[in-house]
Design a protein around this ligand. Structure first.
Ligand SMILES: Cc1cc2nc3c(=O)[nH]c(=O)nc-3n(C[C@H](O)[C@H](O)[C@H](O)COP(=O)(O)O)c2cc1C
Length: 168
């Protein structure tokens, strides 16, 4: 069984993306890391933020897991800002934490998006796919979700179950 982790990048720790992430986490028995609870600042060319929470987190991930599921709300047709900051900080692994960067190779990644629209605009997944390619990670799959009146619609649950099967 693969060992995986879900990285939650919502501005709401108990919002709709969390609800979806929890559905997947329960079935795959994966932990959820909530980026909102971490002190991870924006990429800095001078790496003055090297002692914030990013490095311990990415090291923990490469040491312990072989699948990363990124769970992000759709904010203005894109991944959330919190998630994008996490992606920007991966650049640290190419400059000052190269050993960690090398360990990203071979990891599998997948994406959960949660929006109010039922259909994503073209190109939403491109940054995930291209980042995976650049870093030598394998992009496995993605699923787009929404929540209605606080519950996950059955059609979305069915898609989530297919997504879960693609990860296992
Ligand atoms: C700043 C912001 C921008 C949003 N932009 C989009 C969007 O472009 N497309 C969409 O389908 N939903 C958009 N939404 C709706 C959210 O994606 C949707 O409500 C999602 O379920 C929220 O998840 P959360 O509770 O984890 O934040 C936006 C919401 C916010 C707060």
């Amino acid at each position: 069984m693969k060992k995986g982790i879900i990285i939650l990048g919502s501005a709401n720790s108990n919002g709709e993306t969390k609800k979806i992430a929890s559905f997947v986490a329960d079935k795959l028995n994966y932990p959820i890391i909530d980026l909102k609870t971490k002190n991870i600042s924006e990429f800095d060319y001078e790496f003055k933020n090297r002692n914030d929470d990013f490095h311990p987190l990415i090291e923990e991930i490469v040491r312990n897991y072989n699948v990363i599921i990124f769970a992000t709300p759709v904010y203005w047709y894109s991944m959330s800002g919190i998630m994008k900051t996490f992606f920007d900080r991966i650049s640290d692994c190419l400059k000052i934490e190269k050993e960690t960067g090398r360990k990203l190779r071979g990891l599998e990644i997948a994406v959960i998006s949660c929006g109010s629209d039922k259909v994503l605009k073209d190109g939403f997944h491109m940054p995930f796919i291209e980042t995976a390619k650049y870093l030598g990670m394998h992009y496995i799959s993605d699923v787009h979700c929404w929540v209605e009146n606080g519950t996950i619609p059955i059609s979305v649950q069915n898609e989530l179950n297919k997504f879960i099967t693609s990860i296992e």
